[in-house]
Design a protein. Sequence first.
Length: 424
Amino acid sequence: MAAWLALHHALTHAHERVLITAPSLRQSSLLFDTLYSEIDQSGMSDDTWGIERDTQTIIEFDNGSAIHCLPTGRNGNKIRGFTADMIIVDEAAFIQDEIFEEILQPMLFATQGRMVLASTPYGMSGFFYNKFEAAGGNSDWTKLQVSSYANPLVDEEDLEEFKDGKTESQIKREVYGEFVADADQFFPADAVRGCMDGGRPKRQGDTAYLGCDIAGSGDDRTVFHGIDDQGNVFLHDEAHDEMGVLEAANYIKTLDRQHGFNRIYVDRTAIGEGTVEKLAEDPTIERKITAVYFSLQKKQQIYQRLKAALQSEALHLPHDKTLRQELESIGSDKTQNGNLRLYPRGGGDSSGRDDYVDSLALATFGLPEFGDDARRSAGAASEPVFSSDDRQQARQRNTKRQQRSTRRNVVMDNRPRPNRRNRR
C-alpha cells in the first residue's frame, strides 16, 4: 500500500518529491524494493511508467517528479534540509520524536505536503502513538489499524503457531497491531497523561515544596519544580542549561523568597553537593533543606512514590511535552541483587534524560501522602544538612575535583493541499 501511494503521488503530481524513510537503510530499502517489485510485476516497461533514471535510492520520472529512499539514522542529520511533498515513514514507532519534530515535519512546511506513518505499535508514547490517538474527529490525521488475521497472505495456522509461547503483550502488538505499554516502562503513559488534564496549574495550597536537580556534566540541565500540598505543580518552567553550583544555590534562595517553600529537596549526588554546602552557610534556608543522595535504593523509593502519586491522579501537571516524554522514557529492570534499576531510555533532547523527572520526584517527595516519612510532621525538628565534619569532607572532595578538572581540560495527514501546478 505504501509503495503504491508513493508511485501514485509521483505519477499524478508533476515536479514533486516523495521521500521514503525508516530508521535504518535496510528498513527503508525494503520498502523501496517493494516499490520496484510492483513496477516489475505490472508488466509495463520503464518507458510506459515514464522512468527516466533509477538508482538504488532514487527513481526519477519524465514529469519531473522523483521518489527518494533515505534512512533517518539515529539523529536524522543525514536527511536534514530535504524538502518533500509527501513523506512515507516506515517503522515510525521506532523513530525519535525529535526527528519528526525538528527534521521530518519541517520538510513539508513549504510544500504543505502530506505525511504517512506505518509501523508495528511499540509502547504507548511517542510521535506515532500520539498521532494515532489523535486521529479522527477534527484531527488532520486518519488512522487505519489492521490485524494480521485480516491479511489474506497470512495463514491462520501460522499465526496460531507464532502465538505459542508469546506473552500477551507480544501477541497484541505483533498480531493484532494494538498499542501496549512497554514491559520496562516505569511510569505508565495513561497515568502521566491523566495528570496532564490541560491548563497550567496554579498554587492553591499554603504549604509548598521545591525539588532541585542540579546539573552534573555534559548535556545535563539544572531543573526546579515546585508543588503545593494539593498536588498542583505550579513551578515548572525552570530548566537551565548552564547553571553552576553556586549560581544554583543563589537561585534556590531567589525561588524561596518568591514562593516561601516549607521544604526544599536538593539532589546532592555528585556536583549537587557543592550547592547544598553553599546553602548550608545560610541559617535561614538551611533549616528548609533536605539533601538527597540518589543511591540505587533512594532513587527507587522516590520514583515509586512519584509513580503512586501519578497513578492516583494526586498531581496536577502542566501540559509540558518535555516532562511527559522524560516520564514516559524511564525504564526499569532488576539488578542481580534484586534491586530495581531505573534509567532513561533512548537519546535525543527529550528522552535519554531524567533531569525533569528527578526534579519532579524530589518535589513530590515533600507531599505527606507520598513523601519523606521523617518530615511528615509539620512540627518535626529540622536536622542540620551537614555536620562540621561533613562540611570539611565536602570541601576536600570539591578541591580534589577542581584539581582533576584542571588536568582534563499507519497514519496519514489528510489536510487539503493547494493546487501548485498553475504556479509552475
